[in-house]
Design a protein around this ligand. Structure first.
Ligand SMILES: NC(=O)c1ccc[n+]([C@@H]2O[C@H](COP(=O)([O-])OP(=O)(O)OC[C@H]3O[C@@H](n4cnc5c(N)ncnc54)[C@H](OP(=O)(O)O)[C@@H]3O)[C@@H](O)[C@H]2O)c1
Length: 337
C-alpha cells in the first residue's frame, strides 16, 4: 500500500511516495480507505519547516481526508465497514474547551496524516461525512471548514444580520463565505484578483474589494458598513493585514486570528483595541463536536464546498505546487480511486 511522507523543512522536495504496511485495527481503531485529501496552507508550512507545532521527523502529511471504512477493531461501536467518514484535525479534541492534551497529535504535523491509500485511526477521531457530498467535497471540512465554523459561530458567536469580512479567497475564506451566506450574515470579501471577486459575488458575497487596487481596503469596509465596521474579521493575512483588519472592525467587534499568509509577526497599537473595545481571539481549528455541527449545517443548507481543482494521488507534488502558487479559489483536493 502506498503513502506519502513529508520531511519537514526539506521544501520544495519535501514529500515522496513510499510503501507502507498497516497492521489490523486494534480494538478501538478503524481502517479507512482514503478517497480524497484536501490541502491546507498549513501543509505547505510543514514542508517548509515553518509550522510551529509538530515533529521534525518524517511523517505522513495532511490532516484532511474523506474515505470509506473497510475494517473495524473488535470494540468499535461508532462505525462499521461501508460507512463514509471524514478525519478530525485533532484526533483527541472531541468537545469542550481546548487543552494541551486535546490538541496534541494533530494529523500531518505530530502524527501520521491522511495522504495515504489507507489509514488507521481511533474511532473517536472520525465523523460521518455529509450525506450529499462527494468524497472530494467532504475532504475539505476537517481543517478549513471547521476553522471557518469555529470563527463565525463558536468563538465569533455571530447571529443573522451581523457582518463579517473575509480576507482573500483561499480555503478558509471561501468556506466562511459559504457558511456566512447560508446563516444570513452580511459578507464582505477581499482578493487580489478581479476574476476571483466575480466568483465570490456569484457565491453571494454582499460586497467585494480588490486589496491590490485598494491597498487601504479597510476604508472601503468602513464605507460599506456605514462607518461602523464589521462585527467580525477572519484574519488569515497576518502581519500585512492585522492593523487594517482591526481598523475594519466595529466597536465591540472581534478579529478571529487564524493565520498569516503574508507572514507572522509585526506590531500593532493596543490602543486601537482599548479605545474600540475590540477582541482578538486565537482560533485553533476546532473540535469533533464542532465538525459534527458543521456537518449538520452543511446538510440542512445543501452546501457544496468549492473545490477549485482535483489532482490524482500520483500528482500530489503538483497539487502542493498549485496551492503554493495561490491561483486557487477555495480548496485544492487530491483524489484516490
Ligand atoms: N488557526 C487555524 O486553526 C487555521 C486553520 C486553517 C488555516 N489557517 C491559516 O490561515 C491562513 C489561510 O489558510 P488557507 O488554507 O485558507 O490558505 P490558502 O487557501 O492557501 O489561501 C491563500 C490565499 O490567501 C490570500 N492572500 C494572500 N496574501 C493576502 C493578503 N496580503 N491579504 C489578503 N489575502 C491574501 C490569497 O487570496 P487571493 O488570491 O484572493 O488574493 C491567496 O489565494 C494560513 O496562514 C493558514 O496557516 C489557520
Amino acid at each position: 500500500m502506498q503513502a506519502y511522507r513529508v520531511y519537514p523543512g526539506r521544501h520544495p522536495e519535501a514529500i515522496e511516495l513510499f510503501e507502507r504496511d498497516l497492521p489490523p485495527p486494534a480494538a478501538h481503531e478503524v481502517r479507512v480507505k482514503v478517497r480524497a485529501v484536501s490541502l491546507n496552507y498549513r501543509d505547505l508550512m510543514v514542508t517548509r519547516g515553518s509550522y510551529p507545532v509538530g515533529s521534525d521527523k518524517p511523517l505522513v502529511p495532511t490532516s484532511d481526508g474523506a474515505g470509506e471504512v473497510v475494517a473495524v477493531g473488535a470494540a468499535v461501536t461508532r462505525f462499521r465497514p461501508g460507512d463514509r467518514v471524514i478525519s478530525s484535525f485533532f484526533p483527541h479534541w472531541i468537545d469542550g474547551q481546548p487543552t494541551r492534551a486535546k490538541t496534541s497529535g494533530a494529523l500531518g504535523a505530530e502524527a501520521d496524516g491522511m495522504l495515504a491509500q489507507e489509514v488507521l485511526l481511533p474511532e473517536d477521531a472520525l465523523s460521518a461525512m455529509p450525506a450529499h457530498l462527494s468524497f472530494a467535497e467532504a475532504a475539505t471540512l476537517p481543517c478549513a471548514g471547521v476553522t471557518a465554523w469555529n470563527s463565525l459561530f463558536v468563538e465569533g458567536a455571530l447571529k443573522p444580520g451581523d457582518s463579517v469580512l473575509m480576507l482573500g479567497t483561499g480555503g478558509v475564506s471561501i468556506w466562511a463565505l459559504q457558511l456566512a451566506k447560508a446563516a444570513g450574515l452580511r459578507t464582505i470579501i477581499t482578493s487580489s484578483s478581479a476574476a476571483k471577486l466575480e466568483r465570490a459575488r456569484a457565491l453571494g458575497a454582499s460586497a467585494t474589494i480588490n486589496y491590490v487596487e485598494q491597498p487601504e481596503w479597510q476604508e472601503e469596509v468602513l464605507r460599506q458598513t456605514g462607518g461602523e465596521g464589521v462585527n467580525l474579521v477572519l484574519e488569515v493575512g497576518g502581519q500585512g493585514t492585522l492593523a487594517r483588519s482591526m481598523a475594519a472592525t466595529r466597536m465591540g467587534g472581534s478579529i478571529a486570528i487564524i493565520g498569516g499568509v503574508s507572514g507572522f509577526g509585526g506590531e500593532f497599537n493596543p490602543f486601537a483595541l482599548i479605545t474600540g473595545a475590540k477582541h482578538l481571539s486565537g482560533i485553533f481549528v476546532g473540535s469533533r463536536s464542532m465538525a459534527e455541527d458543521l456537518v449538520r449545517f452543511v446538510e440542512i443548507h445543501a452546501i457544496h464546498p468549492v473545490v477549485d481543482k482535483l489532482f490524482p494521488f500520483e500528482q500530489a507534488v503538483a497539487a502542493y505546487a498549485y496551492l503554493e502558487a495561490a491561483g486557487h479559489f477555495g480548496k485544492v483536493v487530491i483524489t484516490l480511486d
